[in-house]
Ligand binder design. Structure first.
Ligand code: BV8
Length: 243
């Protein structure tokens, strides 16, 4: 399967990747739906929704502070490095990520669309100001420096919230033009991100799924690599002569 994937990559002119929490699993960051995953110990309605934030902003803020501090102590893994190498090698390559950990950017990736926002950004519910914040440990005070109200929230997209319109438009444009679509470490259950997989197939792209487990979108894959992405993706680039 590694060689089949490498053969597709060698032919590809416009490769694209969609990543999920599995991309960062080998960095020690918990996924959401695996055993021991975040949604196994916390309810996403309470912690990753506007309703949950309204009900208990302190709990949600502390949960994001814990996640940011966890990420700060983790290091990018070989899959993040492989994606950054692919970006340097192929000017058309972009990464669509559902992850909010910023690990891809930590290894120099620049053509990254953070579909679900970032742990490293805040947005003010009162004045709408959005800004980067890299403080670790994350401060527990949610006072907005711009308008002075205690209305800051994590700069992520919660369930029931729309994704950034420009991100979705750009992602749709890239998906409709790609000729190879990597699906890396996602359970393919969250939309509209998961919907990009059949969309890529319908646009005529080959789809390579790298995931130890099957997903509801596995049938759309032309090549399935049942392995950890931190091992498989570097091996595919090596077999394709990309370094
Ligand atoms: C929206 C917040 C419009 C940040 C997250 C159809 C169309 C549009 C919307 C919907 C729709 N149907 C339903 C909806 C509503 C909802 C949705 O999709 N619900 C699902 C649960 C059915 N979608 C939304 O609400 C979206 N908003 O569309 O706006 C709208 C407005 C109002 C009403 C309706 C629609 C917003 C979605 C964003 C939600 N925010 N996170 C944060 O705190 O992180 S989603 C959350 O799940 C994370 O962002 C995460 O990235 C994402 C997806 O999970 P995965 O990344 O796939 O992680 P998971 O643990 O599930 O899977 C890990 C995988 O990795 C596994 O398969 C595992 O086998 C694999 N793996 C493990 N180790 C490895 C590995 N793979 C490779 N290597 C390894 N080593």
């Amino acid at each position: 399967m590694i060689q089949s994937a490498a053969n597709l990559l060698k032919k590809a002119k416009r490769p694209l990747a969609l990543a999920g929490a599995g991309l960062s699993a080998e960095s020690g960051i918990p996924t959401f739906r695996d055993t021991g995953g975040l949604w196994k110990n916390f309810s996403f309605q309470d912690l990753a929704s506007p309703q949950g934030f309204r009900k208990n902003p302190q709990l949600v803020w502390e949960w994001y502070a814990m996640r940011r501090d966890t990420v700060a102590a983790c290091r990018p893994n070989p899959a993040h490095h492989a994606l950054a190498t692919l970006e340097k090698h192929t000017p058309e390559f972009w990464l669509l990520t559902q992850n909010v950990d910023g690990l891809s950017q930590r290894v120099g990736a620049q053509r990254v669309i953070e579909l679900h926002g970032s742990l490293w950004r805040f947005r003010c519910n009162h004045c709408g100001q959005e800004f980067e914040d890299l403080e670790v440990p994350m401060r527990l005070d949610n006072t907005c420096a711009h308008c002075g109200t205690k209305a800051l929230r994590p700069g992520v997209v919660w369930f029931g919230e729309s994704l950034d319109r420009h991100h979705v438009e750009m992602a749709r444009e890239l998906v409709s033009k790609c000729d190879l679509f990597f699906v890396l470490g996602t359970s393919a259950q969250v939309f509209p991100a998961a919907g990009f997989i059949p969309m890529a197939r319908q646009a005529g792209a080959e789809v390579i799924e790298i995931n130890p487990d099957a997903t509801p979108m596995s049938d759309h894959a032309t090549v399935v690599v049942r392995a950890p992405v931190g091992e498989a993706l570097p091996a595919i680039l090596k077999a394709a002569g990309i370094s």
